[in-house]
Ligand binder design. Sequence first.
Ligand code: NAP
Length: 376
Amino acid sequence: MRKVGFIGWRGMVGSVLIKRMIEESDFSDFDSYFFSTSQAGQKNPEWNISFKNETLIDAFDIQELSKMDILMSCQGGEYTSKVFSQLRNIKWEGHWIDAASTLRMKEDSLIVLDPINKKSIDKAYDSGIKNWVGGNCTVSLMLLAISGLLEKNLIDWVSSMTYQAASGAGANNMRELLIQMGQIHSSVSDDLDGHNLNILDVDNKALQAMNSEKFQKSNFQVPLAGNLIPWIDEDLNNGQSREEWKGQSETNKILAIDFNPIKVDGLCVRIATMRSHCQALTLKLNKNIPIEEINDIIANGNEWIKFIPNKKEQSVNLLSPAQVSGKLNIAVGRVRKLDIDQNCISIFTVGDQLLWGAAEPIRRMLKILINKGNSK
Ligand code: NAP
């Protein structure tokens, strides 16, 4: 049995990954070893799977890591930057699967999203590629949402305006959002009980709580509850955030388009949802196609699409994070031709960024490697 080492299983992506792997009985296909950056020597988590390690192994111990045939990291970019090159420097030849962005654009890495790029994965495997990286969450979710249109080469450009959940920033940020919600509620809870509510007074107290020194914001730096943050990831100093830059660069890398890239751009915004990212897409198609045909193409893009007809009741009830979180469905709706141009359409899409946006592509990549039966 091949040896697979897991790092970062305690975080947002890692815990969703492990849950999916248990659901799919993936752990029976290989020997599992668990590493930790913060709990080496402590007890294994209480999951009903067989652990080959007796206690958690130090995730910075290069010799221990190098005993693995496959390493699966959901620990984050800082960890990848510290450990990956040390492993390759001692000639470790195993497969590295990663959720972090660090290695995504490297020439010797492939961004994995097998419903879209299985052929590229097979080709890369045959050519000796050993670094497999999950894509940016909004990019993977967008590509799945519009896969039918991509398949038929109908897209000229895409503008993606995102509404990204707190959990996209990690476990501690999700916790902080809940604490912030509680702090706002506490600041006005007495007023909410009475019938003589003075809404301007309540609004003012809530705003004061959000802007007070005591408001917890060590992770987001600013309030997210009752607010939004119109910037995600680094400032590239050209007016674009790194999250926005990933849209075009990762899309074209995943689609293996070297010339005439599909243009993708837009603004990425963090909102106070817990889980699941939403995107309002504007697409310019290269043909004027009837809306019924467009709907059919989108709805039949792949088996995970849940197509929501562009009607108020269905949109309000089904096209939301509360409906999609925890599911593998990619909800796609609000499809209509825009008055500005007959070739332009709108789409609103919601997907669980921890599932298809992060854990699922790398879970499936591990399965692909195991099935290929040759991990070294
Ligand atoms: P995360 O929740 O912050 O977890 C990363 C690590 O932080 C954990 O493995 C854990 O390591 C440590 N940690 C510290 N405090 C924790 C706490 N209270 N609960 C759980 N873990 C805690 O990060 P993540 O969101 O999973 O992201 C991991 C990587 O995936 C990042 O590179 C991220 O960019 C990428 N990614 C994330 C998403 C997403 O939606 N979140 C989507 C796509 C890609 P120890 O157990 O070793 O202490």
